[in-house]
Design a protein around this ligand. Structure first.
Ligand SMILES: [Zn+2]
Length: 412
């Protein structure tokens, strides 16, 4: 006798995905089909695949009915029984082959079992931590733990300990026990309550013991690589995202290779990677300070030329983006008939033109010139912004723009 998180009626069944989660196909009877929003819930009689519940996503797969194949993207438990979620209707009561998407199932088994070990390890060091939100599917896992502060070092140590437990290839065992016999070390998961007289306890050696209705790997070694990919810390909680198995290997490879392919260009040693990133942060901060200084100089001491009857200020501003140029031009004190041209150079060069006290709109002054030079722009009244794409020599482009604009201003 056993109990699932989601269905009290299963007390007489041992579910197939508990005893053998690698069975890929079942004969089932489709009972009916209900539209739910844009999707359909196809109810099946046999309780053979895992519905969403307890923070774990439902199974995926396909129903084969005669020669037709109908994919399903989720499995849910309703009051009337188990249903698979499809994008097309299935007509009437019929026999079908239910084929489980084993890639999704295996990925969930790995991610879910990894979560057992990871949370178990974190709680071994900080027993005050209480599991809150949990979501596990075939892509990743997310867990939230509250009740204590957790440092980054705690997370990384737990990750390393989990990897050690994976290497030990510990068998995953399950037993059904009276809930009255549970000791405090057993974690009762979301969706699994002690109202059940008997609970399914899942153990991975001495590393974790949880009342759980999910699908698990058979041995910890099946998890493969375990990797934390994000964390968010507060004074009394931590939210963690992780991946396991092949996606974890792919992720680690791609990050490692991003570093490897730059090793000799830069150059640096791998153990200096942290220092390289710190240096990059310092360089970025210094760059922003430098841009602030340039901004102040342009505002306080603009270089003013006179073209016809108009005061003309223009600046070539590497590393400025359009927003920074807009902010700068707002700070400039334009008086009398005047015009400002700012350009941020690059393969994509952006510019902004602002006029003051001139009857003609900025568009009518500069629009034709920009188009003749192959650029694009737009604006209204006293502002015209735009850019040039595929610029090979931005400085030469800038000089031509300044000369062209001066000639145009001379005619006003
Ligand atoms: Zn579990």
């Amino acid at each position: 006798m056993c109990v699932s998180a989601d269905d009290d009626s299963m007390e007489s069944d041992i579910l197939p995905y508990w005893t053998d989660p690698l069975i890929p196909e079942f004969r089932v009877t489709v009972l009916d089909c209900q539209p739910v929003g844009k999707a359909f819930e196809v109810r099946i009689r046999e309780n053979v695949i895992r519905p969403e519940g307890g923070g774990q996503a439902g199974d995926r797969g396909e129903l084969r009915i005669g020669k037709k194949s109908v994919p399903f993207t989720d499995t849910v438990m309703r009051e009337q029984g188990i249903a698979v979620v499809t994008q097309e209707p299935v007509s009437g009561r019929t026999e079908a082959a239910l084929v489980v998407n084993m890639d999704w199932r295996r990925a969930m088994m790995r991610n879910h079992s990894a979560e057992h070990l990871f949370v178990g390890t974190l709680r071994k060091h900080k027993p005050q931590l209480q599991p809150g939100y949990i979501w596990i599917d075939g892509k990743h896992g997310i867990v939230e733990l509250t009740g204590a502060s957790v440092a980054v070092e705690d997370i990384l140590r737990a990750e390393s300990e989990v990897q050690h437990l994976v290497a030990l290839d510990i068998p995953v065992t399950t037993e059904i026990v009276d809930s009255s016999r549970l000791d405090a070390s057993v974690r009762v998961r979301e969706g699994v309550t002690s109202k059940h007289d008997r609970l399914r306890i899942v153990k991975i050696g001495e590393s974790d013991s949880s009342a759980c209705s999910g699908t698990h790997v058979l041995k910890s070694g099946d998890i493969g690589l375990f990797k934390v990919v994000d964390y968010k810390l507060t004074d009394s909680s931590v939210r963690l995202e992780f991946v396991a198995g092949e996606p974890a290997s792919e992720l680690v490879s791609s990050v490692f290779n991003a570093a490897l392919t730059r090793k000799y260009e830069y150059p640096y040693e791998f153990d200096q990677l942290g220092a390289v990133l710190d240096k990059s942060k310092t360089a970025w901060n210094e760059r922003n300070e430098l841009l602030d200084t340039v901004e102040r100089l342009v505002v306080e001491r603009p270089v003013v030329e006179v073209a016809g009857k108009i005061a003309f200020v223009h600046e070539y501003l590497p590393a400025f983006d359009t927003n920074r140029m807009k902010r700068l031009v707002k700070k400039m004190h334009m008086t009398g008939a005047s015009i400002v041209l700012l350009m941020s150079p690059g393969e994509k060069s952006n510019f902004i033109v602002v006029t003051n006290d001139i009857n003609d709109s900025a568009e009518s002054i500069v629009g034709d010139l920009i188009r003749q030079m192959g650029g694009k722009g737009g604006g209204s009244n006293d502002v015209y912004t735009g850019g040039f794409l595929g610029v090979r020599n931005p400085l030469e482009l800038y000089d031509r723009l300044v000369i062209g604009l001066k000639q145009r201003l001379g005619t006003l």
